[in-house]
Design a protein around this ligand. Sequence first.
Ligand code: GDP
Length: 457
Amino acid sequence: MSTIAAISTAPGIGGIGVVRMSGENAFLILKEIFKPKNNFQIESIKGYQIKYGFIMKEREVIDEVLVSFFKAPNSYTKENLCEISSHGGAYVVRRILELCLENGAELAEPGEFTKRAFLNGRIDLSQAEAVIDIINAKTEKEAKSSINQLEGILSKQIKKIRDMLISVMVEIDVSIDYPEYDIEEMENSKACELLEKVLKELHKLENSFENGKIIREGIKIALIGKPNAGKSSLLNAILKEDRAIVTDIEGTTRDTIEESVVIEGIPIHIIDTAGIRKAGNEVEKIGIEKSKKMAEQADLLIAIFDASKELDNEDEEILELLKDKKCLVILNKIDLKDLKINKEDIFKVIGKNEIVEISAKENIGIEKIYEKISKMFAINEIQLDNSAMITNIRHKNIIQEAIINTKKAIEEAKQNVPIDMLAFSIKEILESLGKITGETVSDEIIKEIFSKFCLGK
Ligand code: GDP
């Protein structure tokens, strides 16, 4: 494979910048541009060593650097790999990369270092995908679940399921190879038993996706309510900063604002919708439609009412939106003396448990909202133990495909189909699962996965 090079640090000015080079000729190319102190001979490098020196273009010093050496196969890519740490800053780092390219390296594609780690067998595809997830992780839980995946927890689980299937295949092969022993019927029932076990494991993985999704994408909350109920004030109280504009004039929050907070390690995205009210003008109409749409897409609906006022028709309409949905009602402005809202009317539509009384203005009761959300989604039960968890939609689709194929195979086994036909169906399940770890995945999919990486990774 060619030798590749790329800038691995984020663009812009920073303390240090790193140019990474990997491939058979990495050290030879480096030798052309790197003058180590004490005339150290790069050929005699042992790996896991750092050398100090200068990057030179003929007699011109480009920068003072440290180079980390990783000798094949003990490197990220399993190839000879070096990382040149220079002073950060756009010019120097780019110049060093150019020198690598001038001396025979090729510019790496996004994710190519990790792709090589995969192609050279150091990690499987699900582990490579975990690398992107770690880079993109915004919360501790998200990072932890990706690290679990990188450590191979998911791969091991997939391997366990594949091994179960392979054991069925082996038995089937035996009965195909020795047809004189009339063992077909027995094999079918045994296969069925094992396939049922496989199905159970696959379902477990499928179910883990819900928690995985929460860790990864967080919970989407649509905040709805009549203008002036206090949506912006609540959002501000939650965010503890004045991002949403609080105003006395009805209907000024025309579009939607999305803000995120992290509760117990889970990202919560709050969409503050435009006030749901009879459309006064075109602009607001768009806002209302949007509100309804947002409400449909949200994992949780939070409706906020002004507790100092009685419920009117518009409020009823909002309550109507909550029916049969995961929802929470907030009665705001409890700091005011004369509270006119009739809670019974609300209890009639949703349960008592789903009501929280607050004052967004006085910052009273905000914590109770967090507690409710946490309880509703059992956030504190989302433990990152050592069981495999699906967080990736690609993996989920594959698991579902495997479930369909397993069910089909179970049916076939029950109907005592010819054993080689059953073998074919089991092979299909194996192939599905191989797509997660990368054994049976197409080149296009691999290309697509790695194209999502950043340069230099
Ligand atoms: P929105 O239209 O739903 O976004 O409502 P705003 O957040 O803009 O609030 C409307 C008005 O109600 C503003 O004058 C706020 O200061 C006021 N308000 C909001 N929350 C409270 C509260 O808890 N108590 C009191 N007394 N006033 C509030």
